[in-house]
Design a protein around this ligand. Structure first.
Ligand SMILES: Cc1ncc(C[n+]2csc(CCOP(=O)(O)OP(=O)(O)O)c2C)c(N)n1
Ligand SMILES: [Mg+2]
Length: 364
């Protein structure tokens, strides 16, 4: 039977002594360095992403959310594990499948849900939607819709970190499909040439839209693409949260210490379609079920329970709390105003109407 634990310190020392004779693993090392409460916090983050996105799907079906919606369900361990290594002065860039990265970086879900609803209180004032979550106060520079384009932006910010000696690292997420585009090679070449502090995290979910990895890429071990640039690279299990945390942690340290960029290929799988409108004819239900049975979130929950880090009852209570937070974000979004028209011109999206402009007569 599970015991309810007292302080983190007590939990850590008790569990450590039990495990002192065991082989060292990412789990034992994480427990030793971080403590039990932090391990539970990673569960909370993964579950928050999962429940937030399940609610997004529901709201999309109810036409509260329009446009594109690319869900991250199934890939949570990669984002949470990788981003857990970052400091406030570090930077994150990501692609359009950006909800998980935003939440892992600590963005409040109220403005995120409002963004999806196209409301003025959204993180991009309702103008960006699902693919353009951003919060510059957290150095979360956004979701980008053009595949591969943001890798070059990541290089640019990394160059700034290096020149201004901020000690910052840039982490950039993208998919397997993005590694076939020119920007990927340009970004890797420049980052390695200038020894920029970038961690390139390729989330290899085996598909680029409906095209399987072996059909879209001549090299299916994506990490080997770094060899062309003599760049350090690694292939990791993206579904093992603590393994991701540890191995991406090594990549971050490599980049931070001035040794240059690293390409990390995290093997993972998306449980939902490419976007909310995908009929998924390119894969079988059995394939999806096979991967679902190895759900990284369920696996991590089981680990916490089996290793007596946290009883199931406490994890259940966290789930209930998260459901309430997600429901509150929907209420917040629903009750928020739509952006006023003036915002379009104030933000420089459109020029002011001609009659409001003063024309320089010498130019006419
Ligand atoms: C330059 C460009 N080409 C094509 C597209 C259309 N497109 C959107 S997502 C996508 C697939 C990308 O797959 P991957 O990089 O593996 O990321 P995943 O969606 O699997 O996370 C494509 C081709 C685009 N947005 N930008
Ligand atoms: Mg992919």
């Amino acid at each position: 039977m599970q015991k309810q634990r007292g302080s983190t310190k007590a939990v850590t020392s008790a569990t450590q002594s039990v495990r002192s004779s065991m082989t060292s693993t990412p789990f034992t090392r994480a427990l030793e360095h971080l403590g039990a409460d932090q391990l539970v916090e990673y569960y909370r983050q993964m579950m928050l992403i999962r429940r937030f996105e399940e609610k997004c799907q529901e709201m999309y079906t109810r036409s509260k959310i329009g446009g594109f919606l690319h869900l991250y369900v199934g890939e949570e361990a990669t984002g949470v594990g990788a981003i857990s290594n970052l400091q406030p002065q570090d930077h994150v860039f990501t692609h359009y499948r950006d909800h998980g990265h935003a939440i892992a970086r600590g963005l409040d879900i109220n403005p995120l849900m409002a963004e999806l609803f196209g409301k003025d209180t959204g993180c991009s004032r309702g103008m960006g939607g699902s693919m353009h979550f951003a919060d510059v106060t957290k150095n979360f520079w956004g979701g980008y819709a053009i595949v591969g384009s943001h890798l070059l932006l990541a290089d640019g910010v990394a160059l700034q970190c290096k020149m201004q000696k901020t000690n910052g690292v840039v982490m950039v997420f993208f998919g397997d499909g993005a590694t076939n585009g020119g920007e990927f090679y340009e970004a890797l070449n420049f980052a390695q040439l200038w020894k920029l502090p970038v961690v390139f995290v390729c989330e290899n979910n085996l598909f680029a839209m409906g095209t399987p990895l072996e059909v879209h890429s001549s090299v299916t071990e994506i990490y080997r693409k770094a060899n062309a640039f003599d760049m350090k690279s690694m292939r990791i299990d993206g579904n093992d949260l603590l393994g991701v945390r540890e191995q991406v942690g090594e990549a971050v340290e490599h980049a931070r210490s001035g040794k240059g960029p690293v390409l990390v290929e995290a093997m993972t799988y998306r449980f939902r379609g490419h976007s909310a409108q995908d009929t998924q004819k390119y894969r079988t239900k059995e394939d999806v079920e096979k991967h679902r049975s190895a759900d990284p979130l369920e696996a991590y929950r089981k680990l916490l329970i089996d290793e007596e880090i946290c009883p199931a009852s406490r994890l259940d209570a966290i789930d209930v709390q998260i459901d309430a937070e997600v429901d509150a974000s929907v209420e917040f979004a629903d009750n928020s105003p739509v952006p006023g028209n003036e915002w379009l011109t104030d933000a420089g999206i459109y020029a002011a109407p001609l009659e409001t402009l003063t024309v320089d007569p010498t130019l006419v």
